[in-house]
Design a protein around this ligand. Sequence first.
Ligand code: NDP
Length: 309
Amino acid sequence: MLNVLFSTRQEAWGEYHELLSSAFASAGLDVVLATDHAPETVDYVVYAPNGGLQDFTAFARCKGVLSLWAGVETIIDNPTLTQPVARMVDDSLTQGMVEWVIGHVLRHHLGMDAHILVQDGTWQPHFPPLAKTRAVTILGLGALGLACGKALVTLGFQVRGWSRNAKTDANITCFHGPDGLKDALRDADMVVGLLPDTPATTNILNAETLALLKRGSFVINPGRGPLIDDDALIAALDDGQITHATLDVFRIEPLPVDHPFWAHPNVTVTPHIASTTRPDTASRIIAENIARNEAGHGLANLVDRSAGY
Ligand code: NDP
């Protein structure tokens, strides 16, 4: 029998407890799932940072912490968290991100605002270019970035990707490492930020790197707020180097009401809704991951603490 502690925001218990219980049963696991196990009795923690659990010191027999979130920047540096941490990688989370990214790329590519926002009786046909004429750079070719890149390829875009380690893909031009960043960004029509928040990715989109993009290009950031130097982005928008930025994530969330992004005519703010963990599929992922670990195969999707994601 395994004791699994559910430590996320309180309201999530109602969404998850039946789904997780049946997922554990389907995975052949005998689990007591609760929100109040004594720490020293816990075998696994299902975790989200908004559950309030900060001190893992007493979780002496815990074999793993399974994050409901894909981004782990708020827990990675916790010195009491010495247990293996698995992040959320789930097809539904990925599909949500693909749909959000495709929607916002197409909005800018097709110039949809011209007709959605202005219905003034004038008839001025202006045909958008085809996707094959546009270069889209995805910063981050992980679970989410790669799926978005592949979806953009199917629409015909010229897709480039940038990652930490070298990658190859038949249809995506891949760059990696600090030396590959400039080539990944140079003359791109759009950049999509899907990097994790780590010391190495902070302000990766700054005055210098934004200047590499094609003049009049677009920035789309569903990754994490610190990827962008906010002041540099606003300067690039004001100067016309960037036509529009669609931002889902911010250094401070909720984005403070007096932040200049809210008032800027060429910024679209969405409230961290690009994608979300879905309880039905996430419950299955967690149960299967614990079953895998119990069978001696180790947890999948482990966080690499030295890399920070
Ligand atoms: P992954 O860990 O699967 O992918 C991260 C990618 O970033 C990898 O390709 C990795 O390279 C690359 N990377 C990391 N550090 C660097 C670096 N220093 N230089 C170059 N490349 C780097 O993460 P996911 O794709 O699952 O998620 C990405 C991020 O999306 C999450 O960390 C989270 O912040 C955000 N997110 C946002 C959501 C939203 O609703 N807005 C929802 C879910 C996630 P390599 O492949 O070589 O390891």
